[in-house]
Design a protein around this ligand. Sequence first.
Ligand code: B12
Ligand code: SF4
Length: 513
Amino acid sequence: MKILFVNPCLRSTAPHRYLPVGLGYVVTAAKVAGFKFDLLDVDIDGMPDQKVEEYIVRHRYDVILVGSIVTHYKWVKWFCGMAKRYHPGCKIVVGNSVASSIPEVILHHAPVDVVVLGEADVTVVELLQALNDGHALGEAYEPEVPILHNNGPVPATIRGQGIEGIVFRDEKGRLVNNGKRKAVKKIDDLPFPDWDIFDVQRYITKCQTTAHGTTRYPVEQARVMPVNTARGCVFKCTFCHYVFWDDPYRHRSPESVIAEISRNQQKYGANYINFWDELTFHKVRPAQKFIDALIEADLGIHFTAAIRTDLLGCDEAPYEERVELARRMKQAGCIAVGFSLESANAEILIAMNKLVKGEYFGEQVRILKEVGIISNTSVIFGYPQETPASIQETIESCRRAKIYPSPGFLLPMPSTGMWKHAVDNGYIRDVDQYLLNITERQDFSVNMSRMNDAELKNEVEKALGGLARDLGLDFGGSLMKTGGENRHSRNQEVEMHRNTNDTMNYANVIGSV
Ligand code: B12
Ligand code: SF4
């Protein structure tokens, strides 16, 4: 059986590239299980669509597997249609949230044969085994039981049983949903992503400019690699969705994470690690334990991580304990942390189900500044409760903290509370068309606030413009897609070797998250 995995490209014009962690896990699982396959890495050189098509025309595969996030629906739909046109007999498998959060939609609108739901490490191996052996993927319950969904007027999938974690098209053309697979309990047991499958050295070279700044070595020597330390998140914000949404929050042990970092150091020369998690440190005590182990291991690395404003900003843990954690994070090599203010308005924070208070933000920024860690934060404008006053309130909070945030507009994504609100209230009528149009949260998509489009955009621009002026920043007229971590963190007075580029700066059009 000839297998192809495809690594799509989210930002073809960006100068830098990140190793794809999710796909990394999936191809590693396939390799460990003994499957041979090709990898079409569209991302590393930003391969144009025409070249992708030429590759598909020239090669014949029995199975093609591709995965991406839901904002990449347009490309994935094009790719699947194109591949099927040239190779009608080839099975097309799609994973990650572009499939997982909208199985009915992608199966209805694209010639996809199998959708992998959620965590794919185990499912992909079972699926490839069944396809290889010519076994059935499952069967539909009789009589048919439709599975309810919030994805607009497309036919529902029907309940089935067989390989867990897939929805597939059966011989009668029905969309059979075998249901979600239970999450892997101990993620320590998963093999480390095998980066030899990718052109790892070129990824490391292309990621160098994303290092925030360093104190342990000149920033030009940064060798950046990703490590996933946790899967999922304990919270349920109404604008957010990721594939582990229905799974429990799971942490790897410090030993396992340290072993992977050491492997990356020894094998690939890594010295700067991005913890690509939804939530790296959830509570003070477990974070302390992890950081202590990192200090003990004395790896000489730098790292970035994802936290929430309640980690250091909430007085549930004593102030001294939180400052001590921040200090030790710095000692362990932490350069920057990403966390979101999202909004400073109490009513909007409730609508977001953020479960934090606006004041945590200021406290956390103060503590991080005190110890010399950079704060990267993002804000969302355009919740139904948004008013000119609430926009100002959010900006005022940033002004006090002397931080220019990564701004974005509310982008309703499938499987979120705000998606349901948008579909139920007619803001999104044609789901396929909406998904074909969306790009990033820095672009305006759908306005669900009480202001009209022009008013919302003007108020946001006015507020951001004032903030940039007060902080002495010049983004060349582009206040949403600003880019440049150096400029964002200019007021943070952290002493380190500076890079001229950015990382984890959510607002960068050519950049990162
Ligand atoms: C790293 C990252 C990025 C990197 C991607 C770099 C890279 N090459 O990986 C960058 C910085 C480019 C990025 C950008 C954006 N990102 Co981002 N990003 C992340 C982050 C922090 C980590 C991803 C990760 O490594 N996860 C860990 C792995 C293990 O999980 P996974 O990727 O989901 O993989 C599993 C499954 O999905 C599945 N799977 C994955 N790939 C494949 C492939 C196949 C074939 C199959 C079968 C299965 C499969 O199996 C994997 C293992 O179980 C996540 C948060 C998160 N932790 O997921 C957000 C996240 C993926 N990003 C998100 C978003 C919204 C964006 C942006 C659109 C933000 C924006 N500006 O608007 C941009 C995209 C810009 C664009 N042009 O479209 C959302 C996606 C939401 C959604 N429902 O789709 C997430 C989930 C964050 C969130 N909660 O909102 N991002
Ligand atoms: S926005 Fe952050 S805190 Fe909220 S659910 Fe998503 S990952 Fe968790």
